[in-house]
Ligand binder design. Structure first.
Ligand code: PMP
Length: 422
């Protein structure tokens, strides 16, 4: 008998089960709109040209070695990543002039938190482990163990946060009837949240809904969070893919990161640099003073050491090379903008196709939503129908990865939706 004789078979993790089912399906028209990967027209994971270029340079650098990084990762990577999120003083354009007049001072100036050495940034193993390390830190060093998550949220958030021993609660975020932000519900729930509670926010490009607060709404949220003494924890996995501009997409973080209060940010380069399998990201903690920041950093090392000891080199080397070089940075932002523009274009194409076909219902949410995802409003039965009849694989909550939908597949997808809803 095995020592593990009584072990039970764990259920499949839905998003991976969807991918496995897609891979097994022999149908030539099949579509994979599940897992959030930005794909080429041919359906392959898109590697950025700037990344390929940097990798060639790295491969030719014979002086590089494979020595362990420090526990907190590559120092230059950490410095540049903090600047990318909290601001470098290069902030220029915005669509919301009224808001800018109110908040210009906060956003235009160089991040005061960085200048005052109040930000600790540590390289982590992707967005997931950045969240986990942050959660572990809070479980060990923060008095309040309750975390409020938006309802709905990224499927791995509850796992990552509860694995650290924190308690989950939710706040209202999305109204499934109107398909927009439930701002009133959000304010009510955060207004009555437990004192000192941790609140998780998606910095931009909310997964799975594609619905973000406006700048003015963020400002109201910020005031409420600060008044009530809640601790904001941002998850920043789509910077640049929402507006096409890295600074604009960091607005929410900068508002909280520059108001003198404390906040956490977990960052991922999986999507915006297409570095999925390299597992590269960071955790930043903005503290009240440089002295607290130094002590926080020392404690983060004790959290990371037993988890994975120190992070891998390759992804950090790619990101650092791009962020520190003016030309490469420019190439990256150009490619990022093109990716974002294609997301907008595919949304528009899908919306137009459904309108042209006269598919029952109002589909304007598809073009109003932002980022990689569209929350279509299709229910589980309709999603099952799409998979069964049309070989279309997607999350059962109706979320589709717009980044996985090629222009040439849009008519087929629109036909399928039409058939599912009539
Ligand atoms: N946060 C959000 C909101 C996400 O959508 C994702 C990836 N889908 C992550 C974090 C984690 O990304 P990764 O671990 O690949 O960096």
């Amino acid at each position: 008998d095995s020592l593990f004789q009584d072990i039970t078979l764990a259920p499949d993790i839905p998003i991976y089960a969807t991918t496995a089912a897609y891979n097994k399906d022999p149908c030539p028209n099949k579509l994979h709109l599940g897992i959030g990967v930005y794909r080429t027209e041919e359906g392959k994971c898109h590697t950025l040209n700037v990344v390929k270029q940097v990798e060639q340079t790295l491969a030719n650098d014979l002086s590089a070695d494979k020595e362990y990084l420090p526990i907190t990762g590559m120092p230059e990577f950490n410095k540049l990543s903090a600047k990318l999120m909290f601001g470098s003083g290069r902030y220029k354009n915005t669509t919301e002039v009224v808001f800018l007049l109110l908040a210009a001072y906060i956003i235009v100036r160089k991040s005061p938190a960085i200048k005052e050495s109040r930000v600790v940034t540590v390289q982590c193993v992707s967005g997931c482990l950045s969240l986990r390390v942050g959660a572990e830190f809070l479980a060990k060093h923060y008095h309040q163990h309750v975390v409020y998550l938006p309802e709905p949220t990224y499927g791995n958030h509850p796992n990552l946060i509860s694995a650290a021993g924190l308690t989950l609660k939710t706040y209202r975020y999305y109204d499934p009837k109107t398909l927009v932000l439930d701002f009133q519900g959000l304010l009510e729930d955060l207004g009555s949240a437990l004192t000192g509670a941790i609140v998780l926010f998606h910095a931009c490009g909310h997964n799975p809904t594609g619905v973000d607060p406006t700048c003015q709404q963020w400002e109201q949220i910020r005031q409420l969070v600060r008044q009530r003494g809640l601790l904001p924890f941002f998850d920043c996995a789509y910077q640049g893919l929402v507006s096409g501009n890295l600074d604009d997409d960091a607005q929410s973080i900068r508002m909280f990161g520059c108001d003198g209060g404390e906040c956490f940010v977990a960052q991922s380069y999986s999507k915006n640099m297409g570095l999925y399998g390299e597992r590269i990201g960071s955790l930043s903690i903005v503290c009240k003073t440089a002295d607290v920041a130094r002590r926080v950093e020392s404690q983060l090392k004790l959290i990371i050491r037993p988890l994975y000891s120190n992070p891998p080199i390759h992804g950090a080397a790619i990101v650092t090379a791009i962020l520190k070089d003016r030309d490469l940075y420019q190439k990256w932002t150009n490619e990022l903008k093109a990716m974002r523009d294609r997301l907008v274009q595919v949304r528009r194409q899908l919306y137009d196709s459904l309108c042209n076909k006269g598919t029952p219902g109002d589909w304007s949410h598809i073009i109003k939503q932002v980022g990689m995802y569209s929350f279509t409003g299709l229910n589980k039965d309709q999603v099952d129908f799409l998979t069964r009849e049309y070989h279309i694989y997607m999350s059962s909550d109706g979320r589709i990865n717009i980044g996985g939908l090629s222009s040439k597949a849009v008519p087929y997808f629109a036909d399928a939706i039409h058939d599912a809803v009539i």
